[in-house]
Each structure stands twice: as structure tokens, then as C-alpha cells.
Design a protein around this ligand. Structure first.
Ligand code: HEC
Ligand code: HEC
Ligand code: HEC
Ligand code: HEC
Length: 383
């Protein structure tokens, strides 16, 4: 990671100049919530200059892909970073993230609040979910209020009518919606990574706003990434009624299999470093001595969580918390099963452990990697 930071200096010519910060009409509590949750590490915040690429999970990862696609910049990068080709292969998480201006314009304030308290998977095509935060009630109130202020006024529409559902279903199938969207048990296909499963839409949007969006997403927000599908008002109402009224509730996820047993083969540090700690955990639990003082959100505190002092880049750092690692990995495994919330299930009623499991927000480690780490710990964490 040290080399990464240097990269940003060495390849400064590839950077785009930042604009002066804009002042948003945010209350101090909303400012504090955005800062505490480190929202700007992944999302461009409405009315704000994006954070520098050296800090942003999203723009640094996107930048690595952009350099990889540019032969000249790539040649320079390979000269500077011995591991560049590996970076190109590994980096994939947090590259597409939803636009918050488009989200705040259309989503129900109360839904956003409940989602921030207890995020769950929305986009079946996106392996990572939003990390869990530790935000205060005052910070949540402020964000809920900010969303309410950002909601776009839309024309009133007729109440959803069961008589429209059949026509809406037909339009949904033939007018291309299924190319991007899943819809609970009624449609699951290879979804576009940024398109939400529409099973959640009736909880996320008012019927009026949903109709306005289907008619013309850009009328709800200029940041909307969905194209205008060219519906007339009656068609948009019919599709909306299909999305709001049909029974799309998917069955609950099947029960989770037993936790993997520890590997009995001898396991060395180099193996778990390469497959787990150095590949995933280090990105949030850095050793400041090797990273110009930066320690990452899992070590120095971030996403609202207090500093833990947990460094997972060196063998000593990992050994120091050896007794906590298995538990954190198994919690994430159990949690991710819980991330898949079907419509009709209340996220709050589904068990979620008090502390978030690891790796935070990312899919759990594959069982084979969990077995390897458990085996290595059981063998006394040898070098
Ligand atoms: C580590 C990256 C990361 C951080 C930090 C982060 N988010 Fe997100 N956020 C995501 C991802 C990824 C999704 C999409 C999740 C999905 O679709 O399942 C998301 C989704 C959302 C959504 C739903 C939007 C939509 O269109 O569905 C809202 C609202 C949101 N984030 C707000 C916030 C706020 C507020 C903060 C700070 C308190 C924050 N996020 C911090 C990555 C992040
Ligand atoms: C300065 C650039 C930079 C920043 C900022 C950055 N990363 Fe990365 N990230 C990388 C590189 C390079 C790799 C590949 C490292 C390797 O293969 O050794 C990587 C890999 C990862 C991986 C493993 C591969 C994947 O994509 O799942 C995760 C997880 C990750 N980063 C998470 C984060 C999170 C979370 C943040 C924000 C808190 C972040 N990164 C910020 C450059 C960056
Ligand atoms: C090319 C891909 C694509 C197609 C085709 C498409 N959408 Fe979308 N849709 C998206 C994306 C991406 C979003 C998220 C938009 C954003 O965050 O800006 C979205 C958002 C939505 C939302 C908001 C739901 C929510 O939970 O936030 C609704 C409703 C919706 N689409 C309905 C439809 C309907 C109905 C059709 C067919 C007429 C359709 N979409 C066709 C990509 C698509
Ligand atoms: C996206 C950033 C991120 C990634 C990736 C990440 N962590 Fe964490 N980690 C955190 C944060 C933030 C906390 C503080 C949460 C808390 O206080 O419970 C934390 C806390 C922990 C803790 C102490 C709390 C507990 O659960 O006992 C352990 C142990 C831990 N992480 C292990 C890991 C391991 C092992 C990995 C890799 C598989 C990993 N982390 C990957 C951000 C991350």
C-alpha cells in the first residue's frame, strides 16, 4: 500500500484538478453524519467536491482500472509498482456505487434511515453491500431530514389499481426492464450491477415518485443513470401498479450450512497472508509504519466505528488478535446470509449480531479460505 500512495505523486500528471469545495445546505448534524460514516470514501456527496483519489475507495479502484486500460500510463505504472499486474487482477470492489443525489431525490426518508441502521443487499449483481455503520440517533435524524428536503416534488397519480397489474406485467416483460432488473421471485436474471432488485421499490419509493421515475427518471434527478424508457402516462402507471401490487416476495434464503472445519494440513503464514490477510483485510487494517502513518478504517477507526488498533498487515499484528479472528469471519458468514432480504421480511426482525462481521461490507471469505485460517490458528499461527 505504501507504493500506492507514492503512485499518486508519481503519476500526478494523470490526475484531474479538483474543483473548489461547494457549500451544501447541510445542517451541522448532517455534516457530522457524513463525516462519521466516511460516506465520501465511496459516494460522491451531493453538492460536495469528491475526496482525493488517494483516500477514496471508489475513485482509487476506478483509477487503477483506467490506468490498466491506457497502454502508456500502464507502462509507467508497471515501472513504478512491482505488483501492478496483480493490482489489476485483484481490484474489483466498490467501483460502481449508487449516486446519492439520485437516491436522495427519490427514496423515502424513513427507508433510508432504516437502511443506514441495518443495510442489506439491494443489487443482486453487486457482490459487496454497504458497510454497517455506528451512527448516533441525532446523525440518523439529520440524514433522514436531509433526504426529506432532497425528495423531488412529483405530480399526484391515481392510487395503485389491481386492474392494471396484468397490463403492467406484460409491459415489464416486453419493454426491456428485465434486461437490467430482477423482481423478487417473479424475475431473476443476470441483473445489471447497478440496477436494484425491484422487489424493494415499494418500500423505497412512494407510488407517485415511482410513477414519475418510470415515466422519466431524469425528471426525478438529473443524476439518474437509468435511461428514459419512452412510456406514456398510462403505461407508466400500469407498470408501477404491477411493481407495487404483485406478490413478488421471494422465499427466505435456505438455512445456512455448517461452519467449515479447520484445515488439518500444515498451514504457514505465507499462505494465509497471500489468500486472506494481505489480499483483503490489510486494506482496512494497515500497518501505519509501512503506509506513511495511515492505518485504515479497521485500525484507526472509520464508518462510525471507534479505533481498534488492529493491524493485519504483519504476522505480529495478526497474532496479537488471533483469538478474535475466527469469530469475526464466522459472524460475517452468518450475516451475509442475512443480507439477502426478500420483500415482506423485515430486516430488523432478522437476526444481526451486535458487532459487524469481517470483512466488513464485502462478501464473506469462501469456506475454503475460512477453513485455512481456522487451521492456521489452531496450529498456533506458525510463521
Ligand atoms: C465502503 C463504501 C461505502 C461507504 C463508505 C458508504 N456507502 Fe452507501 N453504498 C455503498 C454501496 C456499494 C451501495 C449499494 C449497495 C447495494 O446495492 O446493495 C450503497 C448504497 C447506499 C444507499 C442506497 C442508494 C440506492 O440507490 O440504492 C444509500 C442511501 C447510501 N449508500 C448512503 C450512504 C451514506 C449516508 C453513507 C455514510 C454514512 C454511505 N452510504 C457510505 C457503498 C458505500
Ligand atoms: C490509493 C489507492 C487505493 C485506495 C484509496 C483504496 N484502495 Fe483498495 N485496493 C487498492 C489496490 C492497489 C488493491 C490491490 C492490492 C493487491 O492486489 O495487493 C486494492 C484492493 C482492495 C481490496 C481487495 C480486492 C477487492 O477489490 O475486493 C479491497 C477489499 C479493498 N481494496 C478495499 C478498499 C476500501 C474499503 C477502501 C476505502 C476505505 C480502499 N480499498 C481504498 C488501492 C486502493
Ligand atoms: C439499462 C438498464 C435498465 C433498464 C433497461 C431499466 N432500468 Fe430501471 N434502473 C436502472 C438503474 C441503474 C437504476 C438505479 C438508478 C440510479 O441509481 O440512478 C434503476 C432504477 C429503477 C427504479 C427505482 C427502484 C429503486 O428501488 O430505487 C425503478 C422503479 C425502475 N428502475 C424501473 C424500471 C422499469 C419499470 C423499467 C422498464 C421500463 C426499467 N427500470 C428499465 C437500470 C435500468
Ligand atoms: C472495509 C474495511 C474492513 C475490512 C476489509 C476488514 N475490516 Fe476488520 N474492522 C473494520 C472496522 C471498521 C472495524 C471496527 C468494527 C467494530 O468496532 O466492531 C473492524 C474490526 C475488526 C476486528 C475487531 C472486532 C471483532 O470483530 O472482534 C477484527 C478481529 C477484524 N476487524 C478482523 C478483520 C479480518 C480478519 C479481516 C479480513 C478478512 C477484516 N477485518 C477486514 C473494517 C474492516
Amino acid at each position: 500500500m505504501r507504493f500506492l500512495i507514492l503512485s499518486l505523486v508519481a503519476l500526478a500528471g494523470l490526475a484531474t484538478a479538483g474543483e473548489p469545495p461547494a457549500e451544501g445546505p447541510w445542517s451541522p448534524a448532517a455534516e457530522s453524519a457524513f463525516a462519521a460514516g466516511d460516506c465520501a470514501l465511496c459516494h460522491d456527496l451531493p453538492d460536495r467536491t469528491p475526496v482525493d483519489r488517494t483516500e477514496s475507495c471508489t475513485s482509487c479502484h476506478v483509477w487503477i482500472r483506467a490506468v490498466a486500460a491506457n497502454p502508456e500510463a500502464r507502462a509507467t505504472a508497471i515501472e513504478i509498482f512491482p505488483k501492478w499486474e496483480r493490482y489489476e487482477k485483484t481490484v474489483h470492489s466498490y467501483m460502481p456505487v449508487p449516486d446519492l443525489a439520485a437516491a436522495f431525490a427519490r427514496l423515502e426518508p424513513a427507508w433510508v434511515r432504516s437502511y443506514l441502521v441495518d443495510p442489506h443487499d439491494l443489487r443482486p449483481g453487486l457482490p459487496e453491500t454497504m458497510p454497517r455503520f455506528a451512527l448516533s440517533e441525532a446523525q440518523l435524524d439529520a440524514l433522514e431530514q436531509l433526504v426529506a428536503q432532497s425528495n423531488v416534488p412529483v405530480p399526484a397519480t391515481p392510487k395503485p389499481d389491481p386492474a392494471n397489474v396484468a397490463e403492467g406485467a406484460a409491459l415489464f416483460a416486453v419493454r426491456g426492464c428485465v434486461a437490467c432488473h430482477g423482481f423478487g421471485k417473479l424475475h431473476s436474471g443476470p441483473p445489471a450491477s447497478t440496477a436494484p432488485d425491484l422487489v424493494h421499490a415499494r418500500a423505497r419509493m412512494s407510488p407517485d415518485r415511482m410513477r414519475a421515475w418510470i415515466l422519466n427518471p431524469q425528471s426525478v434527478s438529473p443524476h439518474a443513470t437509468m435511461a428514459n424508457m419512452g412510456f406514456d402516462e398510462a403505461e407508466a402507471t400500469a407498470v408501477r401498479d404491477y411493481l407495487v401490487l404483485s406478490d413478488a416476495a421471494a422465499p427466505p434464503a435456505p438455512p445456512l450450512g455448517a461452519a467449515p472445519a479447520p484445515t488439518t494440513e500444515p498451514v504457514r503464514w505465507a499462505q494465509v497472508e497471500e489468500r486472506v490477510f494481505g489480499r483483503i483485510c490489510v486494506h482496512c487494517h494497515m500497518d501505519p509504519a509501512q503506509n506513511e502513518g495511515r492505518a485504515g478504517p479497521g485500525n484507526a477507526g472509520g464508518f462510525g466505528w471507534k479505533a481498534t488498533g488492529i493491524e493485519l498487515q504483519t504476522l505480529d499484528g495478526v497474532r496479537a488478535v488471533g483469538d478474535r479472528i475466527a469469530d469475526s469471519l464466522l459472524r460475517r458468514r452468518a450475516e451475509s446470509h442475512r443480507d439477502v432480504v426478500a420483500w415482506g421480511q423485515s430486516p430488523a426482525s432478522l437476526h444481526r449480531p451486535e458487532r459487524p462481521g469481517m470483512p466488513l461490507g464485502l462478501p464473506p471469505l469462501p469456506d475454503a479460505d475460512i477453513a485455512l485460517v481456522l487451521g492456521w490458528i489452531e496450529q498456533g499461527m506458525p510463521e
